[in-house]
Ligand binder design. Structure first.
Ligand code: GLA
Length: 394
């Protein structure tokens, strides 16, 4: 009988199941924290430092984000991942590692705020974190209150040691606990795409992982593109697919590969969480992470996740993302092992005219006006990133 329902009504039924919240049952209301209207940007300790986190590292990183131009480029949240926590105290409150964080987490959050940045932290929806530190299960409201009192602006909640638990229920519980704690906190869901989060997470979190963990390798990065892009249609302002954090600058890929990584994350409207040692990054790494034209693509206010629009030989692809002003961001992707010519045909980009101006966003150069198509030679494992602006008929 679905075909009898008017489309908007059907859509409303699909996205807003009517389930009365019972005692102890998290409400099914949509997340409405007003945050992450564009994909969150920031830095997270995990990809480079793992468990080797400390107050000193976070302070030095905060300073470097401010001094390097990253803060001004839009990076906002400084997030400590796993291993900051060691126990619960007699009252059940989370306790930070006092050797690594001698002044406590509140003082550290104050330091980050004083530099004009937001502060983020990590927990886990299960009984332990992935590194066997105390998890939030059974302490949802208490932990949310603790984080709010510390001045936390962003929480990532992982999914280790959660056997037998229902992911939508547990994450909704923490969403509601955060709302009750009364501080605006970006909510990052991290269950690795293992419970179809694209079906429920847009109502619960501001971003949700769609995949397992990234590795600092081309094949890993590309596999996350292929997985996360399958769920492009659910992304929207306030709710983003998260193909995991950036590896740019961590050493396992070439700069061409890192430019491709960054371009593809921008095309996907992915969160841009840098994961490198920003205190000692090369100029090339800094230039990738702070390219304003690439960041503008990611942060475009239309909030649409780009998609694959053409595949020629399988290793040559064209990806496109509609932008607020009617232009398209276009990534010409060469997945192959030698340089190759990749052509973007304007009709495949959904443009209404066949003439457009083209700008190369890595070269930072206008290429001129073109009819019907634009082609470029793209390096092996590389991307040419374009902005294609239709020329309106007079
Ligand atoms: C999981 C997450 C990672 C990181 C680690 C920390 O693997 O997916 O992003 O948070 O746990 O232990």
């Amino acid at each position: 009988m679905h075909s009898r329902l008017a489309k908007p009504l059907l859509a409303a039924l699909l996205v807003a199941p009517v389930v009365a919240p019972g005692p102890g049952r998290p409400s099914r209301a949509a997340l409405d924290n007003g945050l992450a209207r564009t994909p969150p940007m920031g830095w997270n300790s995990w990809n480079h430092f793992g468990c080797n986190v400390s107050e000193q590292l976070i302070k030095e990183t905060t300073d470097a984000i401010a001094a390097s131009g990253m803060r001004d480029a839009g990076y906002r949240y400084v997030v400590i991942d796993d291993c900051w926590e060691v126990a619960r105290d007699a009252a059940g409150a989370l306790v930070a590692d006092s050797t690594r964080f001698p002044h406590g987490i509140k003082a550290l959050a104050d330091y980050v705020h004083a530099k004009g940045l937001g502060f983020g932290i990590y927990t886990d929806a299960g009984t332990y974190t992935c590194q066997r530190r105390p998890g939030t299960y059974g302490h949802e409201e208490q932990d949310a209150r603790t984080f709010a009192a510390w001045g936390v602006d962003y929480v990532k909640e992982d999914w280790c040691h959660a056997e037998g638990l229902d992911a939508p229920t547990q994450y909704a519980k923490f969403r509601d606990a955060l709302a009750k704690a009364g501080r605006p906190i970006v909510f990052s869901i991290c269950e690795w795409g293992s419970n179809q989060p694209w079906e429920w997470a847009p109502q619960i979190g501001n971003l949700w992982r769609t995949t397992g963990d990234i590795q600092d390798k081309w094949a890993s990065m590309i596999s996350l593109l292929d997985l996360s892009s399958q769920h492009a249609s659910v992304a929207r302002p306030g709710a983003w697919n998260d193909p995991d954090m950036l590896e740019v600058g961590n050493g396992g890929m070439t700069d061409d590969e890192y430019r491709a990584h960054f371009s593809l994350w921008a095309i996907m409207a992915a969160p841009l969480m840098a994961g490198n040692d920003v205190r000692s990054m090369s100029a090339a790494t800094r230039d990738i992470l702070t390219n304003p034209e690439l960041i503008a693509v990611d942060q475009d206010s239309l909030g649409v996740q780009g998609m694959l629009v053409r595949e020629g030989p399988p290793e040559l692809q064209v990806w496109a993302k509609p932008l607020k002003d009617g232009a398209r961001a276009v990534a010409l992707l060469n997945r192959g092992d030698s340089a190759a010519k990749v052509t973007a045909r304007f009709d495949r980009l959904g443009l209404r005219t066949d003439s457009a101006t083209v700008r190369d966003l890595w070269a930072r150069a206008d290429r001129g006006a073109f009819r019907r198509e634009y082609a470029a030679t793209v390096p092996a494992h590389g991307v040419t990133m374009l902005r294609v602006t239709p020329i309106r008929a007079k």
